[in-house]
Design a protein around this ligand. Sequence first.
Ligand SMILES: Cc1cc2nc3c(=O)[nH]c(=O)nc-3n(C[C@H](O)[C@H](O)[C@H](O)COP(=O)(O)OP(=O)(O)OC[C@H]3O[C@@H](n4cnc5c(N)ncnc54)[C@H](O)[C@@H]3O)c2cc1C
Length: 437
Amino acid sequence: MSKFVLIGSGLAGGLLAAYLGRRGYEVDLCERRADPREGNIVGGRSINLAISTRGIHALEQIGIADKALQHAIPMRGRMIHDKSGALHFAPYDVDPKKCINSIGRAALNATVIEAAQRYPNVRVHFNHKCTDVDLDTPTVQLETEHGQVTVHGDAVIGVDGAFSAVRQSMQLKIGNFQYDESYLAHGYKELTIPPGPDGSWRMEKNALHIWPRKSFMMIALPNPDGSFTCTLFWEFEGPRSFATTKRDDDVRRFFVEEFPDAVPLMPTLLEDFRQNPTGSLVTIRCAPWYYHDKVCLVGDAAHAVVPFYGQGMNAAFEDCVVLDECLEKFPDNRERAFAEYFSRRKENADALADLALGNFIEMRDKTASKTFRAKKKLDHFLEAALPGIYLPLYTMVTFTRIPYAEAARRARLQDRIVYASLIAVVLIIALLIFHFV
Ligand SMILES: Cc1cc2nc3c(=O)[nH]c(=O)nc-3n(C[C@H](O)[C@H](O)[C@H](O)COP(=O)(O)OP(=O)(O)OC[C@H]3O[C@@H](n4cnc5c(N)ncnc54)[C@H](O)[C@@H]3O)c2cc1C
């Protein structure tokens, strides 16, 4: 049976190792960090994330959805906090059972790695950092505590995240490799709302909280221990920005002005702000995602997106399902399997990248407006009135497995029909008034 060397045991790496292990392949899963189960939180990434239908489906296929979701907290909609402290709740869907789930990254990472380790043909090597890949042989150079190690496989899969070393080797060695990275002018910083004295949540637990402030925003997702993890998305540079707000007084003033209802719930605000890193937000598009039958990219390594649709991990998990299907379809032709995987995923990854960028504007700016809330109500009315015919974009992306590109196309068409119908109705009413007056 062929041997796969997987670089990166993050969320997609662990899950893909489980899928490949189930198919009977020999798998070496190499991760630069220590075992996350030894308490080393996956640094530089969010503490919790939202998992929805696509991600849950991928976990179900390998039989670990219930385990992964046992501590997840359902979020039924957005809780908008305006500057006066007033709250507005906007459900995600007309069906109250449809929700996204806040899940801890470290626990989910441990669950997928354990799922992979159920298969004796999967071996996991922590503290193994990939430094180079020879694409043709294919051979991986790894830095370990005991020095340099060389590992050879029939195929190498780069599941090593947005700054993928495997992708870098492809960039260097494939002549016409296309690569594009673009950073947002905004960075992010994680902050904490601890549990109340009795261990309970100090805001509505079953919601994703948003403090939209036009050019920036803060969000908060609930954790099982009664706390919330807040993320401030803010400009790196500018008159009011991470760059100019460093002193405790300035930080406190900014928060009191912008998020007055959150400040009393954040006793460690100043320490968190000082100590927690400021992360950057990147979109990465590249092509191709494979090299003959030797190398392939999965997850953020192939298509990092900004986090505003809550879909990066969901899409990475969906990659694992599709790659597994392609390997099943072409058991004796890995290059065709990789090619089909790339052609099924590339257009969708590009569509998701655009959707995620667009949703930043929606979350930080439009969610605060009455027009946005009216549009959501109209969406839900149409969804209920035309079941199976009208599906809001958010519903298609989050609560179905309709490919992202198709969802985006269908939403554009629906919008055109709705706007044309509204204009027609207004014209008819105007004509009737004109006729009878
Ligand atoms: C602030 C923030 C919030 C987010 N929220 C959500 C959300 O709510 N929902 C959602 O679906 N997505 C969310 N995402 C996106 C999500 O985090 C990523 O899409 C997801 O982690 C991708 O999984 P991955 O396995 O491809 O990459 P990663 O999770 O980044 O894993 C890559 C792994 O490879 C390892 N590695 C890297 N380089 C090497 C090397 N040279 N050698 C060996 N190992 C290596 C890393 O240590 C890591 O373990 C968010 C992202 C951010 C930044």
